[in-house]
Write a protein that binds this ligand. Structure first.
Ligand code: GLN
Length: 201
């Protein structure tokens, strides 16, 4: 049966995620309100501005329904601001309304002003995945959140680190990246999410 990926489309970098999934042969749907959620086989929470996305999640009553779906095992891929919105612990911003679900401590905008945005060659190693280990992945970091190295809690697997900080993690049905994998034309992570988390369900 063909799969449909819901992409949270309240604000931010959702359009490219949709294009990448469409190019991999799956349908996508924009998620803007709770009625858009039934029937999706996976959910993406994209990068953008986490404070703005949070406000809109509250306005559209989306936090509880998203939380329930995640608790029920829906595969979720979160990038950048999306990672902030699923982090259970946020340094300085812990009262930001959000679904949570990732047993992690995250600092917003932690890479500093001068190097606000940068690209880095990432060595991703996911057990049993030859395509990702074959060559480095170009990670685009845009005012990225930093996962605190000793803030990785139980149940979280670190799939890639950069300069001592995790940048790609998995906790059960949640895959989280602090960078923007949708911007580089390299769709290996989206493909891995589909094959190993969405289709494996
Ligand atoms: N700095 C943004 C935030 O704190 C995240 C940036 C991004 O998603 N590229 O929400």
């Amino acid at each position: 049966m063909s799969k449909t990926i819901g992409v949270l489309a309240l604000q931010g970098a959702f359009a490219r995620h949709m294009q990448v999934f469409e190019s991999l042969g799956v349908s996508t749907v924009e998620v803007r309100e709770p009625d858009d959620l039934p029937g999706i086989n996976g959910l993406v929470i994209p990068g953008g501005e986490s404070t703005t996305i949070s406000k809109m999640l509250v306005r559209w009553d989306l936090i509880e329904p998203i939380k329930r779906l995640i608790d029920n095992g829906l595969p979720v891929f979160v990038t950048c601001a999306g990672l902030i919105l699923l982090a259970d612990h946020l340094v300085n911003w812990d009262d930001l309304p959000r679904p949570g679900g990732l047993n992690l401590t995250v600092v917003r905008n932690a890479y500093g002003r001068q190097i606000d945005s940068f690209e880095a060659s990432l060595e991703i190693s996911i057990p049993g995945d030859p395509a990702l280990s074959e060559s480095p992945f170009n990670g685009v970091f845009i005012r990225a959140p930093r996962i605190v190295a000793d803030g990785v809690g139980e149940g979280v697997e670190v799939l890639c680190s950069f300069e001592g900080h995790p940048v790609l993690v998995r906790q059960g049905n949640i895959l989280g990246a602090s960078f923007h994998p949708e911007l580089t034309g390299d769709d290996r992570l989206h493909e891995w999410f589909l094959n190993n988390m969405v289709n494996a369900r």
